[in-house]
Write a protein that binds this ligand. Structure first.
Ligand code: ZN
Length: 294
């Protein structure tokens, strides 16, 4: 590919589409945020930005790392289409088809967490790991899992946010924010759940009791991941993990819950925050497109 070729990608989140262009070496050279409104408005604004910022013919590959549920089976007729009803108005929207038509090139689509996981494995906190999990703890909770040379859960994707948890002893009366489950990870430990109990996470003092409850639930999630598929690294990202004291509480809770059962690397090495921070999803989206083209 020529030195002037560009590689595009979108980290398609529930509230913001982060759009980016990278050069042939993978360096981000231009980024743009589109607020999510209606599907039509959002997709048109994002496609318009790429059309105005990538010279004609210079855009060589394109990837989308999206919120879900979404069809990620490249053999499916509805590949790249949002499925289910998690976000009102978006069910049935074909992200891949829209951008392939608008930009005139093939488009690769995967989940936001698989995108972030790929970026972390190539450039970030899971560099040199042969297996890893990326869990996003934001408005919702989801996980991407990689082992044996590929993403797990194909031809679909995991829905790790909805695994069942044991209630924390002082959290028995809290009403889960998940409309489907009274006991799931997303219903009890997402940013929405923290907000429903107390306040916006960024406004909560470090000694607020809700942090120990959140740490207990996220440690249960890490325990389930470790005991079911033994990833070399578990990366916890998303808005809730921006609280700097949370990760060490999770390590402590994880060690207590494991009860010394397994020999494993110290929990502070096993369970980490993202190496690429907020950019993991966007860099991952661009890498998804580049990998597919190879
Ligand atoms: Zn649920």
């Amino acid at each position: 590919m020529s030195e002037n070729s560009l590689h595009g990608g979108i980290d398609a989140g529930g509230t913001t589409f982060k759009c980016g262009l990278a050069d042939a070496s993978g360096n981000l050279i231009n980024t743009h945020r589109v607020q999510v409104t209606t599907p039509e408005e959002t997709l048109a604004a994002a496609a318009g930005w790429f059309a105005s910022n990538a010279r004609s013919g210079s855009l060589k590959t394109f990837g989308i790392a999206s919120f879900g549920p979404i069809d990620v089976d490249s053999r499916s007729a509805s590949y790249g289409t949002i499925t289910g009803s998690a976000k009102p108005g978006w069910s049935g929207m074909n992200l891949r088809g829209h951008f392939a038509d608008a930009l005139g090139l093939p488009v690769t689509v995967d989940t936001d967490v698989n995108g972030a996981l790929l970026a972390e494995m190539i450039l970030g906190a899971a560099l040199d790991c042969s297996s890893a999990a990326y869990v996003t703890v934001g408005t919702g909770i989801g996980a991407g899992l990689f082992a044996n040379g590929g993403f797990l859960g194909r031809p679909s994707h995991p829905e790790f946010g909805h695994i069942a948890l044991r209630r924390h002893p002082s959290d028995g009366d809290f009403k889960s924010v998940c409309p489907f489950h009274d006991d799931c990870l997303e219903g009890l430990a997402s940013v929405r759940a923290i907000r429903a109990r107390a306040n916006a996470p960024e406004d909560l003092p470090a000694d607020h009791p809700v942090w120990d409850i959140a740490a207990d639930y996220l440690a249960q999630a890490a325990r389930t991941l470790t005991l079911s598929f033994r990833p070399e690294r578990i990366i916890l990202g998303g808005g809730l993990m921006l609280a700097p004291h949370l990760i060490s509480r999770i390590h402590k809770a994880f060690d207590q819950q494991m009860g010394g059962y397994l020999e494993h690397v110290p929990s502070s090495e096993l369970i980490t925050t993202p190496g690429l921070g907020d950019n993991a999803g966007l860099i991952g989206a661009i890498l998804l497109g580049q990998q597919d083209a190879q």
